[in-house]
Design a protein around this ligand. Structure first.
Ligand SMILES: O=C(O)CCC(=O)C(=O)O
Length: 311
């Protein structure tokens, strides 16, 4: 087992030394599909692409006034939490947000400070909510990113719309999607860790629960009894508890800010933690690559980390 542990640490070090970038690389124009596959998707390295969606009307159109006019009366799903953390570890629970049905106008009232309320709002339903809940806005963007669809030989599996308050935070996690994340207005701040840093990232198993706001405005946490425990990362990269998780000192987070008009390529299985400026709007494309060879390769790494006990 000592050998596995040592090899896993060396593996991470080698990845950083041999092919990972120490700061976020920028491409100044949309790439050729084959070249993008060779340089970024295959090696599983993130980058920020500029001038990739300058032609989307959303960039100039999506003001609060336009959104009110176009979709103001639509009722959408909004994640509501007491502290901004949806889908995150709190104590010995994995706590999910209250999924509240609200009109888009009600969300904008809070974002624009016209209405004060307890709790933090985040439009973040990740089930192609742009296409399913807000089809009126789809003409302002494109249904896919042509060079990415050509590179992967498929269309996106989800196109998501994100709009949230400044204190809405996405806790550290990973997905098996190739992710193209486009910021329309405001900015998003990502903390990224490569899959090869997995040996330094703690996981625990947590009882799932959901926030619920009572009539007096207080939030309570309701257990989802009967549900299986959820594996999640208890560490907050903004304030890592190194006493408890000393291995994390060896991880090498890559921080980047994605500004309006920029697109982040977030490769599958990279760990990510996300913050945003108040009222930031983004659209992202998820291409599911669960059956890709890359995925199998990292699953092996995952299994090795589980075998040796990663926390
Ligand atoms: O924007 C966010 O808050 C989270 C984005 C994310 O986790 C994702 O696209 O996978």
């Amino acid at each position: 087992m000592e050998f596995v542990k040592k090899r896993l640490s060396e593996f991470s070090l080698e990845a950083h030394e041999l092919y990972l970038n120490q700061s976020m690389p920028y491409l100044e124009k949309p790439p050729d599909p084959l070249q993008f596959y060779r340089d970024w998707i295959g090696p599983n390295k993130p980058c920020i692409i500029r001038n990739a969606f300058n032609h989307w009307p959303a960039l100039s159109r999506w003001t609060p006034e336009y959104l009110r006019e176009k979709v103001g009366s639509k009722v959408i799903s909004v994640a509501v939490t007491p502290n901004g953390y949806a889908d995150a570890v709190s104590g010995d629970r994995f706590v999910m947000p209250e999924e509240r049905r609200m009109s888009f106008n009600e969300v904008l009232d809070v974002i624009e400070g016209k209405v004060q309320q307890r709790g933090v709002l985040y439009v973040q339903r990740q089930c192609s909510n742009l296409l399913d809940e807000l089809p009126e806005l789809t003409d302002d963007v494109e249904p896919h990113v042509s060079w990415m669809s050509a590179a992967l030989g498929k269309s996106p599996d989800a196109v998501n719309f994100w709009l949230g308050e400044e204190s809405a935070i996405t806790s550290m996690h990973k997905d098996h999607y190739e992710n193209l994340y486009c910021v329309i207005s405001g900015e998003k701040n990502f903390i990224l860790l490569p899959p090869t840093d997995r040996p330094f990232i703690p996981y625990g198993l947590y009882q799932p629960a959901v926030y619920r706001q009572r009539d007096d405005g207080e939030f309570e946490v309701a257990d989802q009894s009967g549900s299986e425990k959820v594996p999640w990362i208890p560490l907050d990269p903004l304030d890592p508890d190194l006493g408890r998780y000393p291995q994390y000192q060896r991880a090498r987070p890559l921080r980047c800010s994605v500004k309006a008009g920029e697109m982040l390529y977030l490769p599958s299985l990279w760990f990510h933690h996300v913050q945003q400026s108040h009222g930031c709007i983004a659209v992202n494309f998820w291409y599911d690559m669960e059956y890709d060879i890359k995925y199998n390769y990292y699953q092996l790494l995952e299994t090795l980390c589980e075998v040796r006990g990663s926390t």
